[in-house]
Design a protein around this ligand. Sequence first.
Ligand code: ATP
Length: 425
Amino acid sequence: MKILVIGSGGREHALAWKLTQSRRTQVVCVAPGNGGTARHPHMVNIDITSPEKLVEFVREEGIGLTIVGPEAPLAAGVVNIFRDAGLKIFGPTKEAAQLESSKDFSKAFMKRHGIPTADYQTFTDAAAAHQYIRDKGIPIVIKADGLAAGKGVIVAMTEDEAHEAVDMMLSDNKFGEAGARVVIEEFLEGEEASFIVLVDGKNILPLATSQDHKRLKDQDQGPNTGGMGAYSPAPVITPALHARILREIILPTVNGMAKDGITYTGFLYAGIMIDKNGNPKTLEFNCRMGDPETQPIMARLKSDLLHVMEHAVNGTLNKIELQWDRRTALGVVLASEGYPDTPVTGKEITGIPKENEDCVVFQAGTQYIQDKLLTSGGRVLCVVGLADTMRMAQKIAYDAIDEIRFDGMQYRKDIGWRATKKLPA
Ligand code: ATP
């Protein structure tokens, strides 16, 4: 079968990589793809982004299945357009994707259906927002309502920061339409984890658990980013907590969407905060796989992803069980100088090791120009190590990184620190 993956990040490289391992996969087209998907023998980059043109391409090429990586095409309705054209695609409709594309929608949805989350209020008026901050005090979290590539959230530890965030969004329009409404919510303390499931409209199939590292710098310092590294499984999600998250968050979400007249299909990602008493609360929903969580999760998936995706689009996820590599997979993101604000690009990348059983490098902001692999974005590579223990997986990933070079390369040296802290020394 010919498959189309929409997107250009490390997540899409990892999905395409896993799909090429299926015996029935003829080719994976990636639109628009990156340097990593450009040179793989069973992948082809397609320079198309408009959904209507993609529909034409899929028809002409006889593509059997499309998988959507990032949130923007989902929010723009790519799934609706493909379905109207009678084509098979895995992802939520534009209506369902509002769970991610509008934080106000998502918070109101959670409140309506009793899904545990932080208390909040939504504002369009700056004066009212400033007053609310004065009433509630700090710490407090200010969020642009719309999509802002992970940069529209300010966790304010001082009142000044909170007021500045409101001004930036409501008065100075720094986030444009996405910041025309802001959600101000209670600060939650605890440990974060990512809980991602597949939903086929009625059945829910959880993927392996994972944990991301949002902050730029070691020890969770510095600004929030798209994610600087991730590992799977996340030991913080015990079997008991796993059951609670499914029962208290995931099931009521899928059922709540159905009650509201929206059938949910696609990946559903709940960002969870586990408080010191072990209670899970929902930080956010994403309507797609996480990046970089996808990279270690795909590295661990033993099942045939094409087979899984076919069940997902046919509404028969209840018929399958996923098989996982028992090892820990740990991915470290290598980013460009200046990321996340103003990444410097166009630098030559060397030393990427050949894939082996214990190590695979997924590419993101990369492209070939005149046969040279150059950086072309903020997050450049994700180096995944696989091993029986977290510490060994760390060692494999960081040893591989020692060989990789590009000017201005920055990365965290402590990916996995929360999990290793829990281990005996
Ligand atoms: P992304 O798309 O990258 O996942 P986002 O823009 O949708 O991010 P959120 O996930 O809602 O934003 O928030 C980003 C990060 O901010 C969270 O991962 C968490 O670290 C922090 N955060 C968000 N809400 C809260 C909260 N209520 N209390 C404490 N920290 C929070």
